[in-house]
Design a protein around this ligand. Sequence first.
Ligand SMILES: NC(=O)c1ccc[n+]([C@@H]2O[C@H](COP(=O)([O-])OP(=O)(O)OC[C@H]3O[C@@H](n4cnc5c(N)ncnc54)[C@H](OP(=O)(O)O)[C@@H]3O)[C@@H](O)[C@H]2O)c1
Length: 167
Amino acid sequence: MVGLFRLVSGCPGPSGFGSASTAQEVTEGIDGTNLTALVTGGASGIGLETSRVLALRGVHVIIGARNMKAANEAKNKIVRENPRARIDVLELDLCSTNSIRSFADNFIALHLPLNILINNAGIMFCPFQLSQDGLEVQFATNHIGHFLLTNPLLDTMKNRVKATGIQ
Ligand SMILES: NC(=O)c1ccc[n+]([C@@H]2O[C@H](COP(=O)([O-])OP(=O)(O)OC[C@H]3O[C@@H](n4cnc5c(N)ncnc54)[C@H](OP(=O)(O)O)[C@@H]3O)[C@@H](O)[C@H]2O)c1
């Protein structure tokens, strides 16, 4: 009950932050220059704000997006505001197993480290439709897609932890 009250009112919890806190407030003072993050659906909404704030803290951000035009516009917007932002865009359609495989292959071929994986992209309340793999599109995007994306990237993430000690 107290938790629900806090959530609705935005009152800070023991951490000093609450549901009204922004990503920028929560990350104030954090140096992310040694970190690399992948944000799916980073071209709009919560993913865009997450990418913007991570880049503001020095993190190298890779945006995985199916709409490359929107993703490049998002990248340019972030860089205009913060010319030191390190942002790259890679094509990823979570509704397609072929696209996920190519994305993972391309990412691994770049030999980039990976510290943070933010499986943010998602759809909801969409009309019934099947993906090209024959799965219902919301289930395919929000669940199966991110599962298939995370698996091939796990070794890259574990290697980064071993090499740096940063969990
Ligand atoms: N906003 C809320 O209140 C709320 C509440 C609960 C949960 N969430 C969850 O939080 C996440 C972000 O929400 P949001 O409000 O920021 O949503 P949003 O503005 O609709 O953004 C979703 C992002 O996911 C991308 N995406 C969708 N399908 C994709 C696919 N097959 N492959 C690659 N990217 C895809 C979209 O790209 P396109 O432009 O190409 O579609 C878009 O960039 C979602 O998972 C959502 O379900 C949000």
